[in-house]
Write a protein that binds this ligand. Structure first.
Ligand SMILES: Nc1ncnc2c1ncn2[C@@H]1O[C@H](COP(=O)(O)OP(=O)(O)OP(=O)(O)O)[C@@H](O)[C@H]1O
Length: 350
């Protein structure tokens, strides 16, 4: 795979990101809460919860982290384990389809270990029910036999800290949500935080990055540190191949243009969604699945990756009848809303 990978920029969450990219991503992960920038409230609260557990020599309470992809949920899980001097075990909701899968993981944990379950909202119902008991009583019921003769044998498991991550907190059943002692909602990062993250990443990678270039990349990073670091890597590629390796403001602008990251930080997927709503559905309302087909993506990708940022930017609205482009969306795309369309000035906005 070439070092320059447009798809990498188009899809902020790219499970196929090449191995070298993933290796760099892990080098750039902050290792302690003190290094974890940009979410001061979460850092403060979590720091307190962990410090209190350490003082009591207790296992930290279960933690639920929610928010759009790339904001640092996995990073925080690693930090929690590090701060508690505990080993970290990583799994994910989709990997746990049977209660037995979960029982095997839980019974293999050591005392005080941190179990990170990514995409916890995608776990199967039987596994979820087993997790309730494990979180509360540190016990699982292993069912032996089938039908009327089946018996549940209780099995004690070590005390552990569950760190659950979800992009869809609303999809978690109440009983599961309630069993987390601490919940953190991660929010998009301010430009100033992304700027600071960029300077640290550039230093770690040994890249010369001008301050105004860092500001430009930060501004176009969709409020997301994963994208900040990814754009830095692409701009670094550009600087290396087309220049002398130093990242100046004009060079960063040229690189970001090449990778189709626009002035507001929208990438191809974001713009594809907005253009579909405006051009093909006259500004909406349009349902999620129709919209997803129009842009050739899975509904989950549109809903979890593109929409939170577009909504946050005031470019898209989620209404009970579907997705609607705002007047700012038409302006951003350089289009004029047709008469009577949402955003035309003769509709619900006027
Ligand atoms: N607060 C932060 N400071 C510096 N870098 C960060 C921060 N948060 C995240 N990052 C960087 O962003 C990358 C993505 O973070 P992470 O994998 O933790 O996101 P995530 O929320 O778990 O995403 P997903 O939901 O897709 O798994 C990390 O490799 C790290 O380099």
């Amino acid at each position: 795979m070439s070092a320059v990978e447009p798809d990498d920029v188009r899809r902020p969450v790219d499970p196929e990101a090449d191995e070298a990219d993933r290796a760099v991503e892990s080098v750039l992960r902050p290792a302690t809460l003190a290094e974890f920038q940009g979410q001061p409230r979460v850092s403060d609260q979590l720091g307190l919860v962990l410090a209190a557990a350490r003082q009591r020599d207790a296992v930290a309470d279960h933690v639920l982290l929610s928010g759009p992809p790339g904001l640092g949920k996995t990073t925080l899980a690693m930090i929690i384990a590090q701060e508690m001097s505990a080993p970290l075990r990583i799994s994910s909701g989709p990997a746990i389809q049977h209660a037995g899968d979960l029982a095997a993981i839980l019974s293999g944990l050591g005392e005080g270990e941190v179990l990170f379950l990514d995409e916890i909202h995608r776990m199967s119902r039987p596994a979820e029910e087993m997790l309730y008991l494990a979180m509360e009583d540190f016990r699982v019921d292993v069912v032996v036999g089938k039908g009327p003769g089946a018996t549940a044998i209780p099995l004690d498991i070590p005390r552990f800290t569950l760190v659950g991550a979800t992009t869809r907190a609303g999809m978690l059943p109440g009983p599961l949500r309630d069993r987390f002692g601490f919940t953190a909602q991660l929010d998009f990062y301010a430009h100033s935080s992304l700027h600071a993250i960029l300077l640290r990443s550039a230093q770690t990678l040994g890249v010369e990055l001008a301050d105004d270039a860092a500001a430009e990349i930060a501004r176009r990073s969709r409020g997301t540190p994963r994208i900040t670091n990814r754009l830095l890597r692409r701009v670094r590629d550009f600087a290396q191949v087309r220049s002398d390796g130093r990242i100046t403001l004009p060079l960063a602008q040229d690189a970001l243009e090449l990778f189709e990251v626009d002035d507001r930080g929208l990438d191809r997927l974001d713009r594809g969604v907005l253009e579909a709503v405006c051009r093909r559905f006259s500004g909406g309302p349009v349902g999620l699945s129709t919209l997803a087909i129009a842009v050739g993506e899975e509904p989950e990708t549109v809903e979890e990756v593109a929409e939170p940022f577009l909504v946050r930017q005031g470019l898209l609205m989620r209404t009970p009848r579907g997705r609607v482009a705002t007047p700012a969306a038409w302006t951003h795309l350089g289009l004029t809303a047709p008469r009577g369309a949402p955003g035309s000035g003769e509709d619900l906005f006027s």
